[in-house]
Design a protein around this ligand. Structure first.
Ligand SMILES: [Zn+2]
Length: 235
């Protein structure tokens, strides 16, 4: 009896862990984590920006002729409006990473709604773009998110490969991206380090340079999340 109760508790805890963090979970709102499996396409996505280091990444992507998706934080957009506008002006897709990079876990619905609405307002006012996609901070979803997403018109976007670029050297990050790549894959990297000012993202930039070269050799093309998903839902 005790063992059964413990087992029940363990599986309930396992379910909640998946519901909150699992990339395939839609428990707390509409969410996707990959595009069509029959197209040799990938989306590069960057979280935690804009930062003072974002322009170096924009320069690389421009040279590679790649359009990516940037999940920006509302607070960072307000701090660095010119850099935020330059992301959109370069043709990249702007998504939301929430306002303050707060973890939604255990927060009340008003807080959850505020994170999404304040971000939409700031991003829209400064870049002129109203995001359709939302990358939850720390990949963490919670109660109240579904209603907030619906109000803001946001679909959550998780990932097929997490680059771990905030802690690993470029070569190791690039190898992880290449090994994990698959048709319709969404690769998660960072042009900021949470919301720290003047982050060092040189390993991220170098990882992109290495990985893109190898992934193109393997036949992949790169497109923003919106295009990757449109292709997935097209007849
Ligand atoms: Zn983040």
């Amino acid at each position: 009896m005790l063992i059964e109760a413990l087992a029940g508790t363990a599986s309930a805890a396992g379910f909640m862990a998946w519901a909150v963090r699992g990339r395939s979970s839609r428990v707390f709102g509409p969410s996707v984590w990959h595009g069509a499996r029959d197209r040799r396409a990938l989306a590069l996505t960057f979280d935690d920006g804009p930062s003072e280091s974002t322009p170096a990444l924009l320069k690389l992507l421009d040279g590679l002729d790649i359009r990516a998706t940037f999940f920006v934080s509302g607070a960072a957009v307000e701090r660095l409006p010119e850099i935020a506008r330059s992301i959109a002006a370069a043709g990249h897709e702007i998504g939301s990473h929430g306002y303050s990079h707060a973890r939604l876990y255990l927060r009340g619905p008003a807080f959850v709604t505020g994170e999404l609405e304040r971000a939409q307002e700031a991003i829209g006012r400064i870049t002129g773009v109203t995001p359709k996609f939302y990358r939850p901070a720390y990949g963490c979803r919670w109660f109240g998110l579904e209603a907030a997403q619906r109000r803001c018109g946001l679909t959550a976007v998780m990932w097929t490969v997490m680059g771990r670029d905030w802690k690993w050297p470029a070569g190791r990050v690039a190898a992880r991206l290449v090994r994990g790549a698959s048709n319709g894959g969404i690769l998660c990297l960072h042009d900021g380090r949470e919301l720290a000012p003047r982050p060092d993202i040189r390993e991220t930039v170098e990882a992109v340079r290495i990985a893109v070269s190898e992934l193109r050799r393997r036949g992949y093309r790169f497109e923003p999340v919106g295009e990757l998903l449109r292709a997935a839902t097209a007849p």
